[in-house]
Design a protein around this ligand. Structure first.
Ligand code: SF4
Length: 266
């Protein structure tokens, strides 16, 4: 976020010093922050106590969860060939992929979007109707909310990378089936290897459970640092923006999760 523009005056709140730009994005997320308007601008500081108790990343538990499912020999061959691909060949492979039944009902594949040098990788579940039409993840209302969450972090959508567990839309937005997730997994794995982000944000239950190979409910996964596949890349779990649109009271928890992620990489 560009903090050097004139609207970016920093104000004191009961939570610390928050720029007015960031306040606007928090407001757009539906998070109201009380601001002491008479206070002089001071150095930027956002306390994690803004949305709850202080969380010390050093004390967070790290969990490594072993994969429970295995690829078939054909899937193994596919995974091996994908594992050495560069961006463009990977994109072409995804565009032409017919490995699971979802290719029959998709309008187009949704590969991912953003900066290939990004520090932040946001991973959602699968394309919805808007994404299937436009070929880009997180468009529509949920996408707008994700954009506001990204801006609240002081980032821009163009400077992060956004992808999904599945590259094709499941019919009627049903949950991905395990065979579909398994078939599609090598693509996301290779994207993560190529990106080598500093942090991954898993958006929602499906993304978190697939990424970390667990069936733990999302409410129990929040508030901890996980590690992606022994890579050293931390994973933070938060709610999916579409869920936050339906349950706006949970936005405060999502902001806590994002602050935890900020602490881990700054
Ligand atoms: Fe291929 Fe993934 Fe689309 Fe299935 S969802 S057809 S594995 S790209």
């Amino acid at each position: 976020m560009a903090d050097n523009n004139s609207s970016s005056i920093e104000r004191s709140s009961k939570y610390g010093y928050i720029s007015s730009t960031r306040l606007a994005y928090l407001d757009a997320m539906g998070i109201q922050v009380w601001v002491q308007r008479s206070c002089q601008p001071q150095a930027r500081k956002i306390s994690s106590s803004a949305t709850g108790p202080e969380i010390d990343p050093q004390k967070l538990s790290e969990q490594r969860i072993e994969a429970k499912v295995r690829l078939s020999p054909i899937g193994e061959e596919h995974a091996v060939s994908v594992a050495s691909m560069e961006w463009e060949s990977l994109r072409r492979r995804v565009t032409n992929c017919t490995l699971c039944e979802l290719h029959k009902t998709r309008t187009q594949t949704v590969f991912g979007v953003g900066d290939r040098e990004a520090d932040w990788l946001f991973i959602g579940e699968a394309p919805g109707a808007d994404e299937d039409r436009q070929g880009e993840p997180f468009v529509g209302r949920a996408g707008q909310l994700l954009n506001n969450m990204i801006r609240a972090l002081g980032l821009r959508r163009e400077k992060v990378y956004i992808a999904n567990i599945l590259k094709c839309r499941p019919p009627k937005n049903r949950d991905p089936q395990s065979g579909e997730s398994l078939a599609c997994r090598p693509y996301l794995r290779r994207q993560i290897e190529l990106l080598n982000p500093k942090i991954i944000i898993a958006l929602g239950r499906i993304a978190a459970q697939n990424l970390l190979q667990t069936d733990t409910p999302i409410g129990k996964m929040r508030g901890r640092k996980y590690m992606y596949d022994n890579s050293g890349i931390p994973v933070i779990v938060t709610y999916h923006p579409a869920y936050l649109l339906r349950s706006p009271r949970e936005k405060r928890k999502a902001w806590q999760d994002l602050q935890l992620a900020l602490k881990l990489i700054t």
